[in-house]
Design a protein around this ligand. Sequence first.
Ligand SMILES: [Zn+2]
Length: 201
Amino acid sequence: MPSSLSSSFTLSLPAWLQRELAALPHELDGAEAQMALVNRLADRNWREGNGGPFAAIVVDHTTGELVSAGVNVVLASGKSSAHAEVMALGLAQERLGTWDLGAQRDLALVVNWRPCVQCYGATMWSGVRHLVVAGDGPELERLTGFDEGPMVADWAAQFEARGISVTQDVGRDDALAVYRAYGASASTVYNARGAGRIDKE
Ligand SMILES: [Zn+2]
């Protein structure tokens, strides 16, 4: 362990996605097109070894303007909180210069499954007014071995009660295909309880 305490840390997108940012569409028309990008980035992310098979984007709910794109970089960064949602929200806040993504814009977070227990809170705190997910339910954990934490059963209703709309099952089959491929690989699953695998379907 270093002798002096750390004073800061940085989370960065992986090099392959940094190179691709300028070529991403400026606008993505509709949730299906938005999730198609998310699923594509998620699939590449785990294959590149940056982290889990997860990606997220922040978009303007009305125009479809792409505001940020994030992927899970837990393995690349060595930071357990560096989930795709945290990356996309933080990068959007960096770009817009505000901690409140709802202050001046009507923004949506688009992510390839229901957020984990950490990102549930991160999303709620972020100010986004819409959440679009590819799915909900136990398939993700069964296929990948991740432990998403003790999510409340009424998670979507809790968002709605705070003025955050929830749209589910967008691009679900494509998301499950990514998880299935990941689960069949020898990738590291980085649950806090260890890197061991649990039984998968
Ligand atoms: Zn998460």
